[in-house]
Ligand binder design. Structure first.
Ligand SMILES: *[C@@H]1O[C@H](CO)[C@@H](O)[C@H](O)[C@H]1NC(C)=O
Ligand SMILES: *[C@@H]1O[C@H](CO)[C@@H](O)[C@H](O)[C@H]1NC(C)=O
Ligand SMILES: *[C@@H]1O[C@H](CO)[C@@H](O)[C@H](O)[C@H]1NC(C)=O
Ligand SMILES: *[C@@H]1O[C@H](CO)[C@@H](O)[C@H](O)[C@H]1NC(C)=O
Ligand SMILES: *[C@@H]1O[C@H](CO)[C@@H](O)[C@H](O)[C@H]1NC(C)=O
Ligand SMILES: *[C@@H]1O[C@H](CO)[C@@H](O)[C@H](O)[C@H]1NC(C)=O
Ligand SMILES: *[C@@H]1O[C@H](CO)[C@@H](O)[C@H](O)[C@H]1NC(C)=O
Length: 505
C-alpha cells in the first residue's frame, strides 16, 4: 500500500539578481518616518542586531550596510509582503523610471535596522537575467543557474516538468520582482495600487508608470501559522551567532564580499541572488496523512504519534508560532522549520526550549561536547537523517567544525501566502483554496546555495547515508512518489512512501 501523500509544492520561478543599492539615491524624505518597527521580533528567532551593534560589526568587516538591500540579511522579519513580478514593456522608458521613481525608494539594511529611518513600506527590487538583458546590461554575473534561469534548471531541481508551475513563470517574460513589505493591515492597504497614503510606493509599482506589466503577484503574510528562519546563519559583519548558529563569511551571501571568489562586475557588489519558489502546500491532506499514520511508540497516544511523525519529517516540533495574532483556527501543521528540534526533544514537544533562541539551535547531531569528527552513522532515535532541517543543514553529519565542511548556506526570507485552512477544508481533508510558502533564499552562488541544497541533499536518496531517501518536505522526484526512511521511530528502516498530487491508498 502506498501511504500517501503530501506535500506540497511545486510551481516556481526565477532566479533573480538583486541590484546593488550602490545605484540608489537616498530618498528617505519621500517616506514617512516610524515610531515602532515594521519588523517582527519572534521570541524563537535570534534578535536582529541593533543598528549600533550592526554598524560596529560591519565596520570590523568592512561591510557597508547602506549598500545592501534590506531583505537580504534580515529575511523573514516582515509581517506582510507583496511580490510583484514584472515584465518590462518599454526598456528605455523603464530605465528612466527605475532611476527616478524606484531607486530612491529601495530600502537598505541600515534603514531597516533603525526604526526612525524605516519607511512605512519597504521596497526591494531584483532582476532576472532576461530583465538585465532587456535593459542592455551585458556584464556577466558568472552564475550559470542565474543566467540560465530556473526554467532551464528544472531537471536539476527534479521538478516534474512545468506541469505544476505558475504559468507566468514558464517562459522568459519575467524580468524582475519588486518586494514590498510592511507591518499593519493599514499599511498594506496602500501597498498595492489603491488607497490614500504611500503615494511614492504606489507610483513605484504602477505598471503603466513603470513601463512594465505586472505578470504575477503573490501576497504573503504571517497572520497565522509558524515562523521560519530559526536556522538562518549569522553573517559575519552583521550579527553575532547564537549557540548552534552557523557563521558564514559575508561573501557566502553577498556578491563581491570576502568568501565570494567569483569575478563580478563592480556594480554587483553587495547584491545577492534571490531564488523564488511558490510552494503550494496541501495542509488538510498533510494533516490527514499524519492522523492516519501515527508513530506507534509505547506511551504515545495516537495523536501524539501523529505529531511526532510530523515533527520527525521536519526535524522540529510545531511548538513556536507567531505570537502577534489571535489565532482562531490555527494551522495545525506547516512545512517550515520551527520550534524545538527533535534532536533535543525526541519524543514530546518542549515549547519552552523551542521558544529560546539560545537553546533551540544549540545542537550538532553529534554527541554532547563533541567538537570534531562526524555524528553517529546509524542512530536516528533522536532525529531521522531524512528530516528536512537535517538534510538541508547536516551539521556534524558532514563533520565538525561545521564552517570548515560546508559552504552551502542560504538566508531564507520567505513568507506564507494564502488563507488559513477553512473549517470546510479541514472537515473534507481537501485543499480548496491555494496556500503555501512564498520561498525566498539569498546566496552569492546559486549552485552552492539553493540549487545544491535541493539537488544534492534534499533530492539525493543516499544523503547523508545510503537508504535515507528524500527530504519529506521539499524533496522532489520529478512528480513520482518519494520513499523516505527514518521517520518511524519504532523501525527506522521502514520505508514510508509519500506521493505528491492526489491521495493514493
Ligand atoms: C555605502 O553605500 C552607500 C550606498 O551605496 C554609498 O552611498 C556610501 O558612499 C557607501 N559608504 C562607503 C563608506 O563606502
Ligand atoms: C539597447 O541597445 C540597443 C542596441 O544598441 C538599442 O537600440 C536600445 O535602445 C538599447 N536599449 C536600452 C534600454 O538602452
Ligand atoms: C518608449 O518610451 C519612450 C519614452 O521614454 C518613447 O519615446 C518611445 O516611443 C517608447 N517606445 C515604444 C516602442 O513605445
Ligand atoms: C497608474 O498610472 C497611470 C498613468 O499615469 C494613471 O493614470 C493611474 O491613475 C495610475 N494608477 C494608480 C492606481 O495609481
Ligand atoms: C549549548 O550546548 C552546549 C553543549 O551541549 C552546552 O555546554 C551549552 O551550555 C549550551 N548553551 C546554552 C546556552 O544552553
Ligand atoms: C478526514 O480524514 C480523517 C482521518 O483519516 C477521517 O477520520 C475523516 O473521516 C476524513 N473525512 C472525510 C470527509 O473524508
Ligand atoms: C523494519 O522494517 C523493515 C523494512 O520494512 C522490515 O524488513 C523489518 O522486518 C522491520 N523490522 C521489524 C522489527 O519490524
Amino acid at each position: 500500500m502506498r501511504l500517501n501523500l503530501f506535500p506540497t509544492l511545486l510551481s516556481l520561478e526565477i532566479c533573480a539578481g538583486i541590484v546593488s543599492a550602490a545605484y540608489l539615491n537616498d530618498a528617505r524624505s519621500l517616506q514617512p518616518r516610524r515610531k515602532t518597527s515594521m519588523l517582527i521580533d519572534p521570541a524563537a528567532q535570534p534578535d536582529l542586531p541593533t543598528i549600533t551593534a550592526a554598524t560596529a560589526a560591519a565596520n570590523a568587516f568592512d561591510l557597508n550596510l547602506s549598500d545592501i538591500q534590506g531583505d537580504i540579511l534580515i529575511g523573514m522579519k516582515k509581517k506582510k509582503e507583496l511580490f510583484f513580478f514584472f515584465g518590462i514593456s518599454n526598456a528605455t522608458d523603464f530605465k528612466k523610471k527605475l532611476k527616478s521613481i524606484v531607486l530612491p525608494l529601495v530600502t537598505n539594511t541600515a534603514q531597516l535596522l533603525d526604526v526612525s529611518a524605516q519607511p512605512q513600506t519597504a521596497l526591494n527590487i531584483a532582476f532576472s537575467q532576461t530583465g538585465l538583458s532587456a535593459l542592455n546590461v551585458t556584464d556577466q554575473l558568472n552564475d550559470s543557474p542565474f543566467s540560465g534561469g530556473q526554467l532551464q534548471d528544472i531537471a536539476n531541481l527534479n521538478d516534474p516538468g512545468t506541469t505544476n508551475w505558475v504559468p507566468e513563470f514558464v517562459g522568459t517574460n519575467i524580468h524582475g520582482v519588486i518586494l514590498l513589505a510592511s507591518d499593519t493591515l493599514a499599511s498594506r492597504k496602500y501597498i498595492p495600487f489603491k488607497g490614500q497614503p504611500g503615494q511614492a510606493t504606489r507610483r513605484a509599482t504602477n505598471a503603466s508608470i513603470l513601463a512594465a506589466e505586472i505578470t504575477h503577484c503573490v501576497n504573503g503574510f504571517v497572520d497565522f501559522g509558524y515562523l521560519d528562519g530559526i536556522s538562518n546563519p549569522a553573517v559575519q559583519g552583521f550579527q553575532s551567532p547564537l549557540p548552534g548558529q552557523a557563521v558564514v563569511p559575508a561573501g557566502e551571501i553577498l556578491l563581491g564580499e570576502d568568501g565570494d571568489d567569483v569575478s563580478r562586475p563592480a556594480w554587483a557588489k553587495d547584491g545577492s541572488f534571490l531564488v523564488f519558489r511558490q510552494l503550494k502546500q496541501l495542509v488538510p491532506e498533510f494533516n490527514k496523512f499524519l492522523t492516519d499514520n501515527p508513530i506507534r511508540a509505547p506511551a504515545l497516544t495516537a495523536q501524539e504519534g501523529s505529531e511526532l511523525l510530523g515533527a520527525r519529517m521536519i526535524g522540529r516540533w510545531k511548538s513556536v508560532r507567531c505570537e502577534y495574532y489571535d489565532l482562531q483556527t490555527p494551522l495545525t501543521v506547516d512545512f517550515m522549520d520551527r520550534g524545538a528540534p527533535v534532536f533535543l526533544a525526541p519524543l514530546v514537544d518542549d515549547p519552552v526550549l523551542g521558544a529560546d533562541p539560545t537553546r533551540n539551535n544549540n545542537f550538532t547531531y553529534g554527541a554532547p561536547g563533541q567538537t570534531t569528527g562526524t555524528s553517529s552513522a546509524t542512530d536516528q532515535s533522536k532525529c531521522p537523517f531524512s528530516a528536512h532541517i537535517r538534510k538541508t543543514r547536516p551539521r556534524a553529519d558532514l563533520g565538525l567544525p561545521e564552517s570548515s565542511s560546508s559552504n552551502h548556506h542560504i538566508v531564507r526570507g520567505g513568507i506564507p501566502y494564502g488563507p488559513e485552512v477553512t473549517a470546510d477544508e479541514a472537515a473534507s481533508n481537501a485543499t480548496e483554496i491555494e496556500r503555501g510558502l512564498a520561498f525566498v533564499s539569498y546566496q552569492s552562488n546559486i549552485g552552492n546555495g539553493f540549487q545544491f541544497l535541493q539537488r544534492f541533499w534534499a533530492d539525493n536518496t543516499r544523503f547523508i547515508h545510503s537508504g535515507v531517501g528524500f527530504d519529506p518536505i521539499i524533496g522532489a522526484n520529478q512528480g513520482a512518489p518519494r520513499v523516505v526512511t527514518g521517520l518511524d521511530l519504532t523501525n527506522v528502516s521502514r520505508p514510508i512512501t509519500l506521493t505528491t498530487g492526489k491521495l493514493v491508498l
